[in-house]
Design a protein around this ligand. Sequence first.
Ligand code: S3P
Length: 166
Amino acid sequence: MKSLILIGFMGAGKTTVGKLLANTYNLPFIDMDAVIENDIGMTIDTFFEKYGEAAFRKKEQEVLADLMQQEAVIATGGGIVTSQANRTLLKSHPYVVFLKADPAVFLQRIKSDIAVKRPLASEKSDEAVRELYESRLDYYLESATVAINTDDLTPEEVVLELTRQL
Ligand code: S3P
């Protein structure tokens, strides 16, 4: 395996699991949101405020196309699957892993993660965030090679389970 892409909703554990996977497979770890923030020179939250979601999605698509060429474990942003072009790109990759988490779990994580302000979740109601997740669920499933239910697993167990399935 030369590269692996993690998809899933905000707070699903893509960064934590991604770092562990990168260690396990001796690959670099790339956080797409960090790459985007570095490119745009501001936080994603500020970019959303200044230019809106459509401009962010355009940038996100460019970065995904570029990162897919890299040999690395790549953690994507939760909205990566909202564009048809991205879903087509993801389907062309042999190792796309959907980290599935129960809404109660990711809602709790989003709330406790005060270091990251997420424009589509941080100040929204639980119901709105849950609806956003539900509107994306089929897209995650259709874009992934493997889906792992992470609810009762530690990040280390997720890595073991993945190793078994890939
Ligand atoms: C988003 C998820 C965020 C980030 C942006 C939009 C989304 O990434 O890309 O705030 O639409 O779900 P994380 O999933 O890493 O929080």
